[in-house]
Write a protein that binds this ligand. Structure first.
Ligand SMILES: [Zn+2]
Length: 539
């Protein structure tokens, strides 16, 4: 059974078959009864909630041979042709692909003609309206202002804020809402009964929750579970297919990331893929798991419950984020989102996920600038007490490459790095990038003296840039009247000087090598190498 089979088969045919949008259908039915149908509609709302279905039903209601009627007969030629998508009176236009000037001209041309024989109205259903070009909107606007006789426009969009106000104000607007899990569940139950499918209610509940308000998604998920389970709908099958039962696995994974244990991370992923989880679906869950952690950190228990996070994982989520700094968590969530996005698009989503998770588990933590400047000991803020031992290697690595640093002491260098991060956090990205190329000669008692390549010297020939740096210095360490000195680096500086840029490059190489080593050692790769002796992994 392929995707969308059920969605197509059970597409609603009448207003009464539409789920969860009573506020819309009631208004439309009343308007048709009173003969006061608008010539332009705007249907807004999330995907898969019935906008296009309602547009088609409205088309039938207007053009049915028995109509206009709120209950189209479904039997006449017009009703049948509209249902089959072959009616000459109803044009469905995809705003995403039909937004060129030619498409618009074509559209305007057809507006001049009368409705085809036997049809009362010409109806234009424009999907993804927000994707139309400016030219298309302008052409549309003219026709919304002076509607051609017997023409009805139905514009649908998931993003009404991208539709010009001038267009919105000329349409009768209807806001479709996400369908509640219980409404979806009721519909799935009736589909299962009608299809004679044996089902466990738990499976349908699971699907209803995962569909996130979209009936279309719910039906395609149902298709997938049915395809897996040989016609019977079991909760355990749904869990296996949809990967829902694996919340504990996701929790184990984030625990290993927080504990900076890349080897555990790889073993957990092995476990996930060995039970046959689809890596792309898993990537999706991975991101939403990190979102849950973010909510746990910033919204607490209440935030998690409002967003319907499963009761059983609330305690674990709260406990995991306890020892994690806000900055670190935001960084990790960002990495998870970007990385998962790439994994989903990748030809090797499994490897991409492994590399992502290892990267998250080995990344440099964000240091707290206030603590650094007050001279307190730098702590790895990602780690809670329980996992502190696991994090030792990374702290050692950080200090070992600073010990090699000959021109400035460790604390001066850390202080300098924090300062550059501070500049970056002030939105001065270009300035912080330039500063990373500098080697610090002196950073104390109101004097910051740096040397660097010509580009750095040129940059600070602009007096304003000097003033900005000095202002930042005064901001983080008031009391001194800070002065910035900038000089061209000597040959000796080039040889022995250590700028942030150079150290970052070195650290990145190290961490990349570590990730590669970890992947090479992972069970999956070892197994592949057993099967294909002499093979190598391309990075
Ligand atoms: Zn009809």
């Amino acid at each position: 059974m392929s995707y969308l089979v059920l969605a197509r088969k059970f597409r609603p045919r009448t207003f009464s078959e539409i789920t969860g949008q009573d506020h819309v259908t009631r208004t439309l039915v009343n308007a048709i009864k009173r003969g006061r149908v608008s010539h332009a509609f705007l249907f807004c709302g999330p995907r898969g909630v019935g906008k296009t279905s309602v547009a088609r039903i409205l088309s039938k209601a207007l053009n049915c041979r028995e109509g206009p009627t709120p209950e189209p007969c479904l039997e006449c030629t017009n009703c049948k042709e509209i249902a089959a998508g072959i009616s000459l009176a109803v044009r469905e236009i995809d705003g995403a692909s039909h937004n060129s000037v030619e498409n618009v001209r074509d559209l305007i041309e057809t507006l001049k003609s009368r409705p085809p024989q036997g049809s009362r109205y010409k109806i234009y259903i424009i999907d993804e309206t927000h994707m139309l070009s400016i030219a298309a909107f302008n052409a549309l606007l003219k026709n919304l202002e002076e509607p051609p006789p017997n023409t009805v426009f139905i514009l649908a969009t998931t993003e009404p804020h991208k539709v010009p106000d001038t267009v919105i104000s000329r349409c009768q607007r209807h806001d479709f809402r996400a369908i509640s899990p219980s409404e979806i569940e009721a519909r799935l139950v009736s589909i299962a009964k009608e299809e004679g499918i044996e089902y466990e209610l738990g499976a349908l509940k699971m699907i209803s929750r995962l569909a996130e308000g979209s009936m279309r998604d719910a039906q395609s998920l149902l298709d997938r579970v049915l395809a897996f389970g040989d016609g019977k709908l079991k909760e355990s099958d749904a869990g296996a297919v949809l990967g829902v039962a694996e919340k504990t696995l996701l929790l184990k994974l984030s625990e290993a990331v927080f504990g900076r244990r890349p080897d555990d991370v790889l073993n957990i992923l092995d476990e996930a893929f060995n039970v046959g989880l689809d890596p792309r679906l898993f990537a999706d869950q991975f991101v939403s798991h990190w979102r849950d952690l973010l909510i746990a950190k910033f919204g607490g228990e209440k935030g998690l419950k409002i967003r319907g996070v499963d009761e059983s994982s609330v305690v674990s989520l709260l406990r995991q984020v306890e020892g994690v700094s806000q900055d670190d968590l935001q960084d990790l969530v960002y990495l998870a989102r970007e990385g998962a996005d790439q994994a989903i698009k990748s030809s090797y989503p499994m490897y991409a996920l492994e590399a992502l998770a290892v990267r998250m588990a080995t990344r440099q933590p964000v240091y707290d600038i206030a603590k650094l400047l007050s001279g307190s000991k730098v702590q790895n803020s990602v780690v809670d007490n329980k996992n502190r031992n696991a994090a030792q290697p990374s702290i050692e690595r950080t200090s070992s490459y600073e010990q090699k640093h000959t021109l400035t002491g460790e604390s001066t260098f850390e202080k300098w790095r924090s300062f550059v991060n501070f500049v970056d956090s002030k939105g001065k990205k270009a300035m912080s990038e330039i500063l990373k190329k500098a080697t610090v000669k002196e950073f104390d008692k109101g004097t910051l003296s740096i040397v660097g390549p010509q580009i750095l010297v040129n940059y600070f020939e602009d007096r304003d840039n000097i003033s900005i740096v000095e202002a930042f210095l005064n901001e983080i360490e008031p009391g001194n009247k800070w002065r910035l000195k900038v000089d061209l680096e000597s040959e000796g500086d080039v040889k022995s000087g250590e700028s942030i840029a150079r150290l970052e490059k070195k650290a990145e190489m190290e961490s990349r090598q570590k990730a590669i080593d970890a992947i090479e050692r992972s069970e999956a790769i070892v197994n592949i190498k057993k099967v294909f002796p002499g093979s190598s992994i391309e990075h």
